[in-house]
Design a protein around this ligand. Structure first.
Ligand code: SER
Length: 320
């Protein structure tokens, strides 16, 4: 039997970089697709193709040439960046997804697709603990595109037999590549600031609790969902997954505990308006029941791991 070939679209991004390293470390055959070549040295030896996910023909040729069997489609405009250019964000987020789903519907080799949704599908009215099928009235272009994307995935599953799988990611915190314009980015940025003489200036209110997740859990969630037997996956939507929830104050207090003298201040900007529409936490009972989801990294572990990575000097350069 031919070997599985995993393609990561958006491979130079925050999640794509971590996913690429994880698949490479597991000995999988991996091909990286992005418009920018990877900044992280540890994945530069993997085959890389410059492909625009909005270019259906180029995408089809690339996936065909490499005999791709599994796609992780991670390229997207995030919440804060998307609000600056709504039409661009909608086009990138929707056209990219529809191109992949169309290809998967007709391809003989492409068997399975992972596409991340987000906590941004929720909005005012979802409650502090968002249920799996909770009320959704997203307040950002990013959230609207993820909400619509979930429905497109369900449509392609039902009507075209596409095996597409999805989770609603919270803020993701890792070390290998910078995040790309999200509302939760402060929780990565702060670690770059440690050691500075100035206090870190956070763009959210200090009491704004949001769901968050360490990259190790985020990557594991995708890989476990992708290897779950299809028959056990009953949920028509992207799965709620929960790891931990914290406010800026709670994160900074843990940093201060591990790095005495760390100081911060909060000067909320437009991103606080986005954050205030999002839930504090997600109810992930369905993911736990259907494919055994369990988070592993808690707040202390997350901060320790980020500080250790920073000492190893692999913290990302901030996105401009
Ligand atoms: N991290 C994302 C953002 O802030 C949420 O999914 O946009």
């Amino acid at each position: 039997m031919a070997q599985d070939v995993h393609a990561i679209i958006g491979a130079s991004g925050q999640l794509g970089t971590e996913m690429a390293l994880s698949l490479k470390s597991a000995g999988k055959s991996v091909v990286l697709l992005d418009l920018r070549s990877p900044s992280f040295e540890g994945i530069r030896d993997l085959p890389f193709e410059t492909v625009d996910v909005c270019d259906a023909a180029g995408l089809s040729a690339c996936l065909g040439d490499h005999g791709v069997t599994h796609v992780y489609h991670l390229a997207a405009a995030l919440s804060a960046r998307g609000e600056q250019d709504p039409q661009w964000a909608w086009n990138l987020n929707m056209k990219g997804l529809l191109n992949i789903l169309d290809l998967a519907a007709v391809s003989d080799s492409l068997a399975r697709v992972f596409w991340p949704s987000s906590i941004a599908v929720f909005g005012p009215g979802s409650g502090r603990l968002a249920e799996q099928t909770g009320h959704r009235l997203p307040g950002t272009v990013y959230g609207i595109s993820k909400n619509a994307g979930e429905q497109w995935c369900a449509w392609y599953r039902r009507n075209r037999g596409v095996d597409v799988r999805s989770v609603r990611y919270p803020g993701l915190i890792g070390t290998l590549a910078p995040p790309g314009g999200g509302t939760t980015d402060y929780a990565v940025e702060v670690f770059e600031h440690i050691g500075s003489d100035e206090p870190y200036t956070c763009f959210l209110d200090e009491n704004e609790r949001l769901p968050m997740m360490h990259m190790d859990d985020a990557v594991r969630a995708a890989l476990e969902l992708m290897s779950a037997p299809r028959v056990t996956l009953k949920c028509e939507e992207a799965y709620n997954i929960q790891a931990l929830s914290f406010s800026p104050r709670e994160l900074f207090e843990e940093i201060e505990r591990q790095v005495p003298g760390f100081r911060y201040r909060c000067v909320p900007d437009f991103r606080q308006d986005i954050a205030s529409g999002w839930p504090d936490a997600l109810d992930d009972a369905v993911a736990r029941r259907e494919w055994g989801w369990r988070p592993q990294v808690d707040l202390t572990g997350l901060v320790t791991s980020m500080l250790v990575a920073r000492k190893g000097n692999i913290m990302p350069v901030p996105a401009t």
